[in-house]
Design a protein around this ligand. Structure first.
Ligand SMILES: NC(=O)C1=CN([C@@H]2O[C@H](COP(=O)(O)OP(=O)(O)OC[C@H]3O[C@@H](n4cnc5c(N)ncnc54)[C@H](OP(=O)(O)O)[C@@H]3O)[C@@H](O)[C@H]2O)[C@@H](O)CC1
Ligand SMILES: Nc1ncnc2c1ncn2[C@@H]1O[C@H](COP(=O)(O)OP(=O)(O)O)[C@@H](O)[C@H]1O
Ligand SMILES: [K+]
Length: 522
């Protein structure tokens, strides 16, 4: 697990390192700049010309230090700065004075086509308002240079991108690479900031260890990495299929079989012990053709559907409900029964609600209050809305949700009394307080059925943690973390499917099957 910081948290880390621990500001800056210099040297030729475009804050000071370090290495590096003499930060004034003594050239324009590489050091985490006027022109000139083939390397953040939410504050530099300090910033993992950042390189600038400072560490968002996968999906030798959980998938509707098949296949590929599909009788052949390992429980009409479902809920260790379910009266009855059933059970059943189950809830607020009354703090419900479904659940527009995705996921989790997986190109998971930002996946996953595979993978992830080497439930990971891991694994499976079939040609079933490859390789 890797922490992600916003601008304010990073500022606290900066201040703590300097004021509490006593690491001099210029030492941090020198190390930060060295990381940029090394990254640039890997990308350019000895004869290339570099221009460092520096603002009047410490981001600009970093840029000046980079100009000095490149000059030391024999590279032609010049500086353009917006800072008036003596009016920058203390560090900037120091860096500027050194450059003047060294005779480094200061220029007064950013001509397109003249420099092979431009270092964007206009704004970093100190960007505090919408960019207009002179700064807008500077950013336009950096982008124009990019269009003529200059390599653009951003220092800490692409200038104009909000480090917290990834939004463009008026305009922003389109970098080829961003060297960011200490921690990846949330805004460089969220869209559109993630695109503006280009290749992201997280550099160790020597900040003090902040793991013991809850205001920073506990509050920070996080993401998963490949190195986390093995621990979640550990499979001890002395186990049987019951050790990996019994999953009930309530999905599909009359002649809608694909969603159930995708979810079930993905669940098995994630390591589920036993998967039962509860669906309309007409779907039996299709589901079994794709997942012969599945157990089928089918219905033809609503006659005894409640009793049938209750029996299966008793059997299950986890339930997925909603993919391909439709909004028929039968589907509505199923969702209502599932919610009414929870308080009757001694042990709370993890219930993952997706697609039409969410639409049914959005249209019937009584169901929501049913959940709210019984859930308390147990948080066993997981909701997986895409932006359209989230708009229906929250009453916000899709544009609003995208601009405030972290806050929106948090609010939805609170409102729905569970864990919200707000699906998008950068999926956010929240339990109402914590924020997970997903960094895996690709545009090939924008394909029908990709969400159905997510439900199976999430269930697999929840159930994988059931067993530890001693046969007891794995308490090392919280329910919320298991869901975050499922989201990460889904994206990695999408990446593996794209490696094999390409972004355009891959399809949802490829994602389901590729989970096996990802688990095998990690
Ligand atoms: N030891 C350290 O401290 C270390 C710091 N590090 C580096 O410092 C960076 C943070 O530096 P920072 O805090 O000085 O902020 P920075 O990003 O340079 O911007 C502030 C300036 O921009 C201005 N401004 C803001 N918005 C504006 C707008 N829309 N339009 C116009 N102006 C605007 C703002 O003006 P003001 O609001 O004061 O009027 C101020 O002048 C960080 O990202 C990293 O690169 C690393 O070297 C590690 C060690
Ligand atoms: N560009 C992308 N990058 C990363 N993940 C993506 C991208 N597009 C879609 N996804 C993921 O694929 C899934 C699509 O789900 P959803 O929209 O519910 O599809 P469907 O309803 O067709 O099954 C989500 O988990 C989403 O995060
Ligand atoms: K910058």
């Amino acid at each position: 697990m890797k922490k992600l910081m916003n601008g304010a948290q990073m500022k606290m880390i900066d201040t703590y390192s300097i004021q509490e621990v006593g690491i001099p500001s210029l030492v941090l800056m020198e190390r930060a700049a060295l990381c940029v210099t090394e990254a640039v040297l890997e990308k350019i030729k000895k004869t290339d010309k570099v221009l460092c475009v520096c603002g009047s804050g410490n981001n600009g000071a970093d840029g000046m230090a980079v100009a000095r370090q490149l000059t030391e290495r024999g590279i032609s590096a010049e500086v353009y700065t917006t800072a008036e003499e003596g009016k920058g930060t203390e560090e900037l004034n120091r860096q500027c004075a050194i450059l003047q003594k060294l005779g480094i050239v200061f220029v007064n324009d950013i001509p397109a086509g003249e420099y092979n590489c431009i270092i964007d050091a206009v704004f970093g985490i100190g960007l505090s308002r919408t960019i207009t006027g002179r700064y807008e022109q500077i950013i336009a000139k950096i982008n124009a240079a990019k269009d003529t083939g200059s390599l653009i390397v951003a220092v800490d953040t692409p200038s104009g991108i909000n480090a917290g939410d990834g939004q463009v504050m008026g305009c922003a530099v389109r970098a080829d690479m961003t060297v960011t300090f200490g921690f990846a910033k949330c805004g460089l993992c969220l869209y559109p900031g993630r695109i503006y950042a280009g290749e992201l390189c997280v550099a160790n600038a020597g900040f003090a260890d902040v793991r013991t400072i809850p205001e920073i560490w506990e509050q920070a968002a996080f993401t998963m990495e490949d190195t986390d996968i093995a621990a979640f999906f550990d499979r001890p030798a002395d186990t049987n299929k019951g050790s990996y959980g019994k999953l009930l998938i309530v999905a599909g509707s009359e002649n809608m079989a694909g969603a159930a098949a995708l979810s079930a296949r993905a669940a098995y590929r994630t390591g589920c012990g036993l998967v039962k599909v509860f669906t309309h009788e007409n779907n039996r052949t299709v589901v079994l053709t794709h997942v012969p390992e599945a157990v089928m429980v089918t219905y033809k009409d609503t006659a005894d559907i409640k009793e049938k479902l209750a029996g299966e809920l008793d059997w299950a260790d986890c339930v997925v409900a909603g993919p391909g379910l439709s909004k028929s009266d039968t589907a509505k009855e199923i969702v209502a029964e599932m919610i009414a059933y929870q308080p009757k059970r001694e042990k709370r059943l993890p219930v993952l609600l997706d697609a039409d189950a969410l639409n049914i809830i959005a249209e019937n607020r009584k169901l929501l209050s049913g959940i709210a009354e019984n859930e308390g703090s147990s948080k066993q419900y997981v909701y997986t809305p895409h932006m359209g479904e989230a708009a229906r659940l929250s009453g916000k527009s899709i544009a609003q949700l995208k601009e405030t995705s972290c806050e929106s996921a948090k609010e939805l989790a609170q409102k729905l009394c569970g864990v919200c997986v707000l699906k998008d190109a950068a999926t956010i998971v929240s339990d109402g307080s914590r924020i997970y930002i997903n960094t895996s996946g690709n545009s090939g996953m924008s394909t029908a059925g990709a969400g159905d595979t997510l439900t199976g993978i999430l269930a697999g992830s929840v159930l994988a943690g059931r067993t530890q080497k001693n046969g007891k439930e794995n308490a090392s990971y919280e329910f919320f973390e298991k869901i975050c891991m499922g989201v990460y694994l889904h994206g990695r499976a999408g990446d593996a499917a794209a490696d094999r079939f390409g972004n355009a040609g891959m399809k949802a079933m490829d994602i389901a099957d590729a989970v096996a490859n990802v688990l095998k390789e990690n």
